[in-house]
Write a protein that binds this ligand. Sequence first.
Ligand SMILES: NC(=O)c1ccc[n+]([C@@H]2O[C@H](COP(=O)([O-])OP(=O)(O)OC[C@H]3O[C@@H](n4cnc5c(N)ncnc54)[C@H](OP(=O)(O)O)[C@@H]3O)[C@@H](O)[C@H]2O)c1
Length: 264
Amino acid sequence: MSAQFSAPQSRQIVWITGASSGIGRELALSFAHDGHSVAVSARSADKLRELETASSNVSAFPVDVTDAAAVAATIAAIENALGPIDLAILNAGVWHPMTASRYDLEKATSSMAINYTGVTNALGPVMKNMIARGRGHLALVSSVAGYRGLPKGAAYAPTKAALISLAESLYADLKIKGVRMTVINPGFVATPMTERNTFPMPFIVTIDDAVKAIRRGLDSNRFEIVFPTRMAIMMKTLRLLPYRIFFLATGAIAKREPPPKTDA
Ligand SMILES: NC(=O)c1ccc[n+]([C@@H]2O[C@H](COP(=O)([O-])OP(=O)(O)OC[C@H]3O[C@@H](n4cnc5c(N)ncnc54)[C@H](OP(=O)(O)O)[C@@H]3O)[C@@H](O)[C@H]2O)c1
């Protein structure tokens, strides 16, 4: 079920990437339910068309975020069809658990191409338009996994750390230009992305709770939306630990990893 908020003061044009599934999909339905005009993007055109049939406020704009030219053309098509984008939620992402012994260069490279460059491909043109108009709101979906490198995070965590740094780097400049920047750092959320995880996921929340936290955060003036609270406290504490203690903790986690398969 999508989280519902009070009727909007004004109908906004919202663009969400990674909207064919999980958090992006439910956010799209929540904004559409509240009367906003929502442009949804992802590669799976069929799933986006299904979303269109679920709400007349949803319009599908399929695109692969790794294709910079196609993303720029998609932004132009959205603004042409619906009007200037007021809020862009750059959410498309992939997660490949990866340890040192199972390091997969192709997956590590494509993770960065989707999770980080996929965001900058969208951010470049959409931010330029917002600056020219002197208004707009950008929201980058990162993760608490971007706070510090944890076991299994070799492909994913660097992409999310880069996004947090990107958002921080742009925040002050954008504020002067009248454009808001928000970084969204979820803890574990029960979505298709996490359903394959075989390890414990502390404090995991439902998509509905995630959407509520994100919608509340976007309506506030905060730079960072981080949830759930207990995960935020745990991960922020981890960030403060000196390496000696931090690696004692991560060493204990890494020891649980089964030994790599060998051909022998
Ligand atoms: N679930 C969690 O616990 C969690 C925690 C922290 C952060 N996050 C972040 O939240 C975001 C959404 O995750 P989720 O849990 O909702 O995952 P999900 O259900 O797997 O959804 C991922 C979305 O990204 C899209 N996507 C992947 N590659 C793409 C590409 N090349 N071009 C365009 N779209 C692409 C997928 O659509 P197509 O396959 O159709 O392209 C899908 O719509 C991700 O950035 C993730 O890293 C999730």
